[in-house]
Ligand binder design. Structure first.
Ligand SMILES: Nc1ncnc2c1ncn2[C@@H]1O[C@H](COP(=O)(O)OP(=O)(O)OP(=O)(O)O)[C@@H](O)[C@H]1O
Length: 309
């Protein structure tokens, strides 16, 4: 039975962590936040790019000005242009009144462009001009407006690779990645899976009649050893699933979603490796555990799981 170890995280504008790697990352972020330099956050899906961008704004010299975010992956080209630059009445069919764009609304503040790799090339060209000249015109208008924005962008892809494929402008890449930051994925953040697991479980306990206070050994082991390709978002969704699907105060292995068991290739590799090591050490489990860097209990469970006992 595993209970809440009550790990106490740091809280950076809602981004929680107990990991040294993350604290070092945030320390770096805090040094650059106070400048006006454009920041590019590179990180996989669900790693908290939104939260980091918000934190940069919160601790910057612009914190009392506006902060706005758009996700370039969810907008069509026309909508993105109008969101960013605004338009005047009649600029498009459907443009029934003037609309201010984010470049105007975040003047003196911070604009966060999530999934910037998805921005169409023509809008990239327009954005580059804004960053160079600090001015722009709304769609359908001949008026030039001044703007002073701090740009934070995020991507899960390599912009360099996209530049090589001619899908991203090289000049824009240099403008927006003056400071590149690499957000670690969840499994690289030692201690965070366990801390966040209980954070989300406690939150669900507060919102629901079911109160989970423990996990059985098997479920905990699977959760602690999973890769979390969808990072914090996947962990959060998994907690919701486990909390909703099971009964009573303990989460058991049957309450875990199927996705967590679908790493069959690695499992087969593991079985081979285990079998070889058992042979090499004449079945002496303490030596095999030492070689694998795991506890004897973990080794025992793995042997059982692969039917090697
Ligand atoms: N360290 C963290 N502590 C608490 N909650 C977190 C943490 N990181 C992420 N979250 C939560 O996980 C979810 C995903 O985070 P967020 O949207 O910031 O990720 P993202 O990297 O921008 O994802 P995507 O690239 O898919 O848009 C959000 O609900 C967020 O509040």
């Amino acid at each position: 039975m595993k209970k809440n170890p009550k790990l106490v995280p740091e809280n950076y504008s809602g981004l929680l962590t107990v990991s040294t790697q993350m604290k070092q990352f945030v320390h770096k972020v805090e040094r650059v936040a106070k400048t006006n330099a454009s920041i590019l956050v590179r990180g996989n899906t669900g790693t908290g790019k939104d939260l980091i961008a918000r934190h940069i704004h919160n601790i910057s010299l612009r914190s009392n000005q506006s902060y706005k975010a758009i996700n370039c992956a969810t907008l069509t080209g026309e909508l993105m242009t109008s969101e960013l630059f605004g338009h005047v009445k009649g600029a498009y069919t459907g443009a029934i009144s003037d609309r201010k764009g984010l470049l105007q609304l975040t003047d003196k503040g911070t604009l966060f462009l999530d999934e910037i790799a998805e921005m169409p090339l023509d809008i990239q060209a327009r954005l580059l001009r804004v960053l160079q000249d600090k001015e722009f015109s709304p769609v359908g208008s001949s008026q030039t407006l001044k703007t002073d924005i701090r740009l934070i962008s995020a991507t899960h892809e390599s912009l360099r690779a996209l530049v090589a494929q001619k899908k991203f402008r090289e000049d824009l890449m240099y403008r927006i990645r003056v400071i590149p930051l690499f957000l670690p994925s969840l499994v690289e953040r030692t201690g965070d899976v366990e801390m966040l697991l209980w954070h989300f479980i406690e939150k669900l306990n507060n919102e629901n009649p079911r109160k989970v206070i423990a996990f059985d050994e098997d479920s905990y082991e699977v959760l602690m050893n999973y890769e979390w390709p969808g990072n914090v978002r996947e962990l959060q969704n998994t907690c919701e699933y486990m909390h909703a699907i099971g009964e009573g105060s303990t989460v058991t292995i049957d309450d875990l979603p199927q996705d967590l068991f679908e790493l069959e290739f690695e499992e087969n590799d593991e079985k081979m490796k285990l079998a070889k090591l058992m042979q090499k050490f004449n079945g002496k489990r303490s030596d095999v555990a030492l070689e694998m860097g795991c506890s004897r209990a973990t080794l025992w469970r793995k042997l059982k799981q692969h039917q090697l006992t």
